[in-house]
Design a protein around this ligand. Sequence first.
Ligand code: BYC
Length: 311
Amino acid sequence: MDATALAANFENKLAKNENIEPKDWMPDNYRKHLIRQISQHAHSEVVGMLPEGNWITRAPSLRRKMVLLAKVQDEGGHGLYLYSAAETLGISREELLHQLLSGKAKYSSIFNYPTLSWADMGAIGWLVDGAAIMNQVMLQRTSYGPYARAMVRICKEESFHQRQGYEIMSVLAAGSPEQKAMAQDALNRFWWPTLMMFGPSDANSANSENAIKWKIKRESNDQLRQRFVNQTIPQAELIGLTIPDAQLKWNEAKQGYDFGEPDWEEFNQVIHGNGPCNKERLGARLKAHDDGKWVREAAAAYASKRKLVAA
Ligand code: BYC
């Protein structure tokens, strides 16, 4: 097939909502867009293990410790599926990790905020995983096959994560006045950074036009943010917590809430390396990479020995 026929074939598949698979022809910019998004997503999962990992030794009971351990382990697994999906686009795992460790690649802004109390584990599960699912349910139907299939399993696990977080918040909110205050404080600190997870408003989202055209994203940043707010307000009300937004108001005409504008200057600072914990998070990843050097070397030596034996 010549270039025009290949391009027509690609467009045709998109129009019929058929997945694009690794061996199919695809435009270079589609490939680049996917590598950027999937790798950022993978990095978010792996860096996302850090703020919660911080609380494993301090979980208030054995049950909470087991659940948190399982959750953090799930995030590592999500990172693995996503790195594998990105590799099918012709980039190596080493290169992807290099992009993260050198600070070239982004990861979700939310993980550059500190986790100061146990209630933050509840707020992260409820809000952060809740926002992640909102985005990822749509990505189950993304146009690139390996990414869409990875999302199906990830969404099942994220849904468990969201529920465990909400349960932590419900228990704290129904507890002593100090516990309720701790839950409210976590909600106050995580609310706005969670809204920023969906990315800049549509008018300022440089990548959205291509993402929608190529059916990588099927809904816009603002649409998903609005859906998240609509879903979360009644959940907060049910457990007696208050969303820290004076402009929050039900809008009958749009059948959704009006809400305030996140601080986009803060968002820009955070995604450009100047958030409260950027240096700490990257430092932890660099240390893990250095500490793991002997394991990678041993695995490589073992693999080449086996090759020799098999030959
Ligand atoms: N953080 O043109 P835009 C999770 C960047 S957590 C950092 O709208 P796009 C988890 C954006 O990359 C969630 N950077 O971009 C939960 C772009 O910069 P570049 C991880 C952000 O791609 C619990 C620039 O801003 N989920 O899974 O159309 C525990 C302009 O933005 C952010 C995903 O990654 C941000 N929040 O839309 C553990 C889902 N927002 O790349 C883990 C997949 C924007 O041009 N990703 N930027 O230099 C997406 O759906 C999209 O990439 C985004 C951004 C909605 C995030």
